[in-house]
Design a binder for this molecule. Structure first.
Ligand SMILES: *Cc1c(COP(=O)(O)O)cnc(C)c1O
Length: 401
């Protein structure tokens, strides 16, 4: 998308607004499937929690993606998008047995990540195929907030508990059709990931009726110039080769599955905001925009560095700015950034705003959540209206005083 395209979206739908470029999602999807063209059966389940607008789900499904879901509501979103239950995997953490049974009732693939539920579910539904989420205790990620494979992690069943898993499976007679891991959000070191994969292959040998092995996600995407990203092509070549060898050993053609969120949608998204105030203090120049952590919380929550560009004045002289929002709390999007000269009224774009941005938005300060636009075949398609005052009060019940 060009700067002109972005500005046209703001003039049509106002700011703040999220825009997603369908073409970028498609090229990322194809990059991944190409990298794994060496395996016979590949399933890409898009992680719905990254960006859950039904139009986006439908688009990714049209490319061939299934869905990875973490709540019963996400399962329903995927069904609304027209995805068949068999193409939906449900990978919750810490949810009730009742919710898992409801999902199973909808016919989606169940993925269980603790022994207690495994035993209860297996006892009650021995015929329903179940995938098991293993924690191989490999730290593939760099940020401890998003690395979920380590020893104290709440995710998955520890690889050291394999004997206990086997006992439950034997006692209940349940059918384990898949094994899964999701080790962390940033895989840079392919060797570390391959090492974790070996642990998964060794685990797989303990189950005789597998149909698939799910390697989760963790593909790193660049956020700014010079950022490292996962070398998907090298990774695909190495893991495919190893996977095919394993299938021979196992004596059956299995499906290789992934569930990327960020990789498919992060770079496709831009968050467009308007500068309300340029404010000089004794130490810095603030650009204050018509948004805050109510719309984009990742910089404050994870320290994510979203690149910020001035689309109204892209060729302006670069100066230093601290970009903040309009929320009555510290809501710094970026400190001391070099940005093309900003005037009040300019439109700024945050890059990498596709994943975990809109889906984490709230109504804090009684602000409306932004509109969402899908840029598809050179045209803007509104896929979510901006909220209105009615949305803020619709569920409130006021007693008589
Ligand atoms: C969040 C999540 C993903 C997606 O992770 P990304 O880093 O966005 O690719 C995949 N699988 C599970 C189980 C998840 O919870």
């Amino acid at each position: 998308m060009t700067n002109q395209d972005l500005l046209s979206v703001v003039s049509e739908y106002n700011s703040p607004v999220y825009v997603y470029d369908a073409e970028k999602m498609r090229s990322q999807y194809e990059r991944l499937t190409n990298a794994f063209k060496g395996v016979k059966q590949l399933n890409i389940h898009y992680a719905v929690k990254a960006l859950s607008n039904i139009a986006v789900l439908k688009y990714l499904h049209s490319l061939g993606a299934g869905m990875d879901t973490v709540s019963i509501q996400e399962v329903r979103m995927a069904l609304e998008a027209g995805v068949a239950p068999k193409d939906i995997i449900y990978t919750p953490n810490g949810v009730s047995l009742e919710e898992i049974e409801r999902a199973a009732g909808m016919g989606v693939q169940i993925n269980i990540d603790n022994l207690s539920i495994l035993e209860q579910f297996g006892t009650r539904h021995p015929k329903t195929p179940v995938c098991i989420r293993i924690n191989p205790h490999v730290m593939a990620g760099g940020n401890s907030n998003i690395s979920v494979g380590h020893i104290d992690s709440k995710f998955g069943i520890s690889i050291h508990q394999l004997p206990h898993i086997s006992r439950i499976v034997e006692n209940t007679g349940m059918n384990i059709n898949g094994i899964h891991m999701h080790t962390g959000s940033d895989i840079l070191d392919i060797e570390v990931f391959l090492y974790a994969s070996e642990i998964l292959f060794n685990t797989a040998k303990h189950f005789s009726d597998l149909e698939f092995i799910d390697f989760g996600s963790g593909f790193k995407v660049p956020y700014k110039e010079g950022d490292k990203e996962t070398n998907v092509e090298e990774f695909g070549e190495k893991l495919s080769k190893r996977f095919n060898e394993f299938c021979k050993e196992y004596g059956k053609k299995l499906t290789l599955a992934f569930e990327p969120g960020k990789f498919l949608v992060s770079e496709a998204g831009k968050f467009l905001v308007k500068v309300n105030v340029v404010k000089q203090t004794t130490s810095t120049v603030f650009a204050q925009v018509d948004s805050g952590f109510n719309h984009l919380i990742r910089p404050m929550l994870y320290g994510s560095e979203h690149e910020i560009l001035n689309v109204s004045n892209p060729d302006g002289r670069e100066r230093f700015y601290t970009v903040t929002g309009y929320i009555c709390e510290t809501d710094t999007f970026g400190s001391n950034r070099r940005i093309a000269e900003i005037s009040e009224g300019d439109i700024l774009a945050f890059n990498n705003a596709g994943a975990y941005c809109f889906t984490m938005a709230s109504n804090y300060n009684s602000r409306y959540r932004p509109a969402e636009v899908l840029w598809y075949k050179g045209k803007a398609h509104l896929i979510r209206k901006r909220e209105t005052f009615d949305d803020l009060v619709v569920n409130q019940i006021i007693p008589e005083f």
